[in-house]
Ligand binder design. Structure first.
Ligand SMILES: O=c1ccn([C@@H]2O[C@H](COP(=O)(O)O)[C@@H](O)[C@H]2O)c(=O)[nH]1
Ligand SMILES: O=P(O)(O)OP(=O)(O)O
Ligand SMILES: [Mg+2]
Length: 209
């Protein structure tokens, strides 16, 4: 059964509540999304497997540890997920990157697919799927389903803000996937926006509004 982890680190909380402010501009918003993603990645990789490795320090030989097991991939849901990629790569620089393009139809709130390009060996990798906003859960649930169709079995989903509705849908549709959320907000409004939220993450990251 996948687990839901709501971050409780003071740095994450401080940074999230900072960028919620409507006066925070594109440059600062983008930089802080990256920093939050980096901190969340640190937590979400806690259970990666290690193996022994023989090394030599300037003083002596020792048995050290190195990452072992499955290789990693990061898959942002376009566009907004792109804002989290650099932060995650700071922690796991060797990860490969796939892209899933989904936009949310403004009337139906249903996800519409427009792009999918994944590493060819994605099915053998541990995949971190990222989108800053888990609102209705439609986009992230669809993205995870697309990845499962390509044979991916090991996935973790990371978002910066989650609404209760999205968390419920995603954990019901994909009970095998661990979910990490920077903060859990109160509700969705009638347009499917997270409240209190931070607005449209894609527009704030790319300055398109
Ligand atoms: O407050 C919000 C809510 C949503 N978004 C964008 O929508 C999708 C996720 O919406 P779902 O309803 O969960 O499919 C996400 O990719 C965001 O780009 C937002 O920016 N702000
Ligand atoms: O989910 P949307 O429609 O908000 O997409 P984008 O991330 O491109 O703003
Ligand atoms: Mg958007």
């Amino acid at each position: 059964m996948g687990r839901v982890h709501i971050m409780d680190h003071p740095l994450v909380r401080h940074k999230i509540d900072y960028i919620r402010r409507k006066e925070v501009g594109t440059k600062e918003f983008r930089e802080m999304i990256e920093e939050i993603a980096m901190l969340m990645c640190y937590e979400a990789t806690r259970e990666l497997k290690l193996a022994d490795v023989e090394i030599e320090t300037p003083l002596c030989k020792m048995t050290g540890k190195e990452l072992a097991g499955r290789k990693l991939a990061v898959v942002p849901i376009l566009r907004a997920g792109l804002g989290m990629v650099e932060g995650i790569l700071k922690m796991i620089p060797a990860a490969k990157i796939g892209h899933i393009g989904l936009y949310r139809d403004p009337d139906t709130l249903m996800p519409v697919e427009y792009y999918c390009k994944l590493p060819s060996d994605c099915d053998k990798r541990e995949v971190f799927v990222v989108d800053p906003m888990l609102a209705t859960g439609g986009s992230s649930s669809e993205a995870l389903a697309m990845l499962k169709q390509k044979g991916v079995k090991n996935m973790t989903f990371l978002c910066i803000l989650a609404a209760p509705e999205g968390l419920e849908k995603l954990s019901k549709d994909h009970p095998d996937v661990d979910i990490y959320a920077g903060a859990l907000d109160e509700k969705l409004n009638e347009h499917g926006y997270i409240v209190p939220g931070l607005g449209d993450a894609g527009d704030r990251i790319f300055g398109t509004k």
